[in-house]
Design a protein around this ligand. Sequence first.
Ligand SMILES: C[S@@+](CC[C@H](N)C(=O)[O-])C[C@H]1O[C@@H](n2cnc3c(N)ncnc32)[C@H](O)[C@@H]1O
Length: 201
Amino acid sequence: METIRGKTSLDLDLNGFTTRLTNYNRVILDLGTGDGKFAFHYARAFPRHFVIGVDACRENLREHSRAKLPNALFIIASAQSLPNELNGLVSHITINFPWGSLLESLLTGEPMLMCRLESISSSFAQIDIRLNGGALAEQGWTLEAGAEQIYNNLVRASWRIKPPVMMNADVLRSFPSTWAKRLAFGRDPHAMQLSGYMACK
Ligand SMILES: C[S@@+](CC[C@H](N)C(=O)[O-])C[C@H]1O[C@@H](n2cnc3c(N)ncnc32)[C@H](O)[C@@H]1O
């Protein structure tokens, strides 16, 4: 799989990858990580957890992927074709403020995405998805209806999900990702969070 550090990409095979994971008791995967700020923050806050940031677009990842944290790794991949090396290893998936094809796949319950999310998850893996109204409006959905649609798709794909919870400006301001900050200080500082876990593996 293709990993990135700063401007340099590096191919990491299964052996190299499992060596990196030795001694970590939880693997967090931040899908659609953008500039990787959330993954970077999480890795620094939880040094005993291994954090993987994944995004299809490499340009934004330069700054945060350069940091030499032993427990962080950044992968260039599309959400719909996540590397097989991740299979069964991920204990917590986060998807913060998705847009584009990632959001579209969540809204349609696209089988490639749903299948890959299940395959990479370990037993009882947690999932947290944070949605913003602007990105949903671009795809023709209100925040509430979009959140409900994604909730239903996740439940159909064997995730046990709690009802969506509203995130207000205060919550967004204190959330450590670049898009959370943009939303918090933007015109419509609202988002919705869906949280749950993989029910059957
Ligand atoms: C609005 S940004 C959010 C970035 C970050 N999570 C944050 O909170 O600051 C959405 C990200 O989703 C990524 N994305 C969209 N479709 C994707 C896909 N199919 N696979 C992987 N990443 C995708 C985009 O490249 C972009 O970086």
